[in-house]
Ligand binder design. Structure first.
Ligand SMILES: O=C(O)c1cc(=O)[nH]c(=O)n1[C@@H]1O[C@H](COP(=O)(O)O)[C@@H](O)[C@H]1O
Length: 281
């Protein structure tokens, strides 16, 4: 099996060619209803295929949220599997949003599920939680490296509740979130053009100039659209790290369905706004 070029290099190219936007595939029950679909596997499949058809040929990244598929059991996961394949075939990179995190020995099994090239759910990258200790993610780091895949590690999440953990200050005076960023910077040291180990940093968080966001890896920035952040906020939040930001929007695009053209136009509008914000900064 051929080993892929490292995720960071593939992502940098996709961002340069298509712009950095990531569209999330989050088939909420309420969205299925809004689209006139049933809250069942057929509705899930129709929704997912429509999103992939609308945007996989134009955005850098698609991010399916695994929970919305798992909720339908094995048949939902089969829809997820197919969508990963279809999105990748259309040229988008796929970040599987499954937020896995466990003790090292079981983390290895999660890694095998998403980051091993032959796995049915192989994805270009996986979201992971480091809150069992960054070192517990080592099996996923190693397997991602061996397979040309990447990780997005939850560092400073977009939700207000994240602060009680992520802003907590350690004995060495550094916050937990800042410590995760430092681990990622070490992971990506020396990689060009971009490391494969990214951080999740919410676009909703306001000025982050007290954090060193220069991790030489991508920064996945959810929170645009439904959570209130806008592309115009990105320069103020990310400062000099802006070039490595992959802004995510899910409901802000998905609410324009089921019409394919309307979805496409919504994604294009966000892409244009992001480009404008990045180039003006
Ligand atoms: O890892 C994520 O993707 C993520 C991290 C985070 O801090 N905040 C956050 O909203 N997300 C995900 O990003 C998506 C945001 O969706 P919208 O609020 O609909 O744009 C959801 O799938 C969330 O699970």
């Amino acid at each position: 099996m051929t080993v892929l070029e490292p995720f960071g290099a593939r992502l940098r190219r996709a961002m340069d060619e298509r712009g950095p936007l990531c569209v999330g595939i989050d088939p909420h029950a309420s969205l299925l209803a809004d689209w006139g679909l049933n809250d069942d596997v057929a509705g899930l499949e129709r929704f997912t295929r429509t999103v992939v058809e609308a945007v996989a040929d134009r955005v850098a990244v698609l991010k399916p949220q695994s929970a919305f598929f798992e909720r339908f059991g094995s048949r939902g996961v089969a829809v997820l599997e197919k969508s990963v394949e279809e999105a990748r075939t259309a040229g988008a990179l796929v970040v599987m949003d499954a937020k896995r995190g466990d003790i090292g020995s079981t983390m290895a099994a999660y890694a095998e599920s998403f980051l091993h090239k032959g796995a049915p759910l192989f994805s270009d990258a996986l979201t992971v939680s480091p809150y069992l200790g960054y070192g517990s993610l080592k099996p996923a780091v190693d397997l991602a490296r061996a397979n040309g895949a990447g990780l997005f590690v939850l560092a400073l999440t977009s939700n207000p509740e994240g602060a009680e953990i992520q802003h907590a200050v350690r004995a060495d005076g550094r916050s937990v979130g800042a410590t995760m960023l430092a681990h990622l910077a070490a992971e990506n040291a020396g990689e060009t053009p971009l490391g494969s180990f990214g951080a999740v940093v919410g676009a909703t968080l306001g000025d982050l100039s007290s954090y060193d966001l220069d991790v030489n890896g991508p920064l996945l920035a959810p929170g645009i659209g439904a959570q209130g952040a806008t592309p115009a906020d990105l320069p103020g939040v990310f400062g000099a790290a802006l070039r490595n930001v992959v802004p995510n929007v899910s409901r802000g695009v998905l609410r324009h369905g089921p019409d394919v053209t309307a979805l496409r136009n919504a994604a294009d509008r966000f892409s244009d706004e992001v480009r404008t914000a990045v180039t003006a900064a």
